[in-house]
Design a protein around this ligand. Structure first.
Ligand SMILES: [Zn+2]
Length: 116
């Protein structure tokens, strides 16, 4: 049996991590011109959908954090994530809970990032 191989656009999700799946909340946002997806920028926190605070306990509204339910925490981790281009800082407290590596440290896909 063949396992799905992730590609930049047609990512297949075969194994679901046992680890809780966190989305992200961030201090900024930008839109990827290629696919028109809203992506996090600036300082990024882990966030659970349906909760009005980050994993480290910041209030989303009071801290003016934007929610990105379509972006997973592993996507914003610089060494493994595909949505990390504009991420300046990962909240260390959230990272200690949600993990500093991609889903089980498995590299998924990497976007080459040409310098402007
Ligand atoms: Zn945090």
């Amino acid at each position: 049996m063949r396992r799905g191989v992730g590609t930049a656009l047609g990512e297949t999700r075969t194994a679901v991590s046992a680890r809780k799946r966190y989305a992200v909340a961030a201090s900024g946002r930008w839109t990827d011109e290629e696919d028109g997806v809203r992506l996090p920028a600036g300082e990024v926190h882990a966030w659970e959908q349906g909760v009005n605070q980050t994993v480290c306990g910041l209030s989303l509204s009071r801290s003016r954090l934007d929610r990105f339910p379509h972006v997973t925490w592993t996507d914003v981790i610089p060494e493994s994530g595909g949505a990390a281009d504009r991420v300046r800082r990962l909240c260390p407290r959230c990272a200690s809970v949600a993990g500093r590596r991609g889903a089980d440290a498995r590299p998924r896909w990497r976007r080459t990032n040409p310098r402007p």
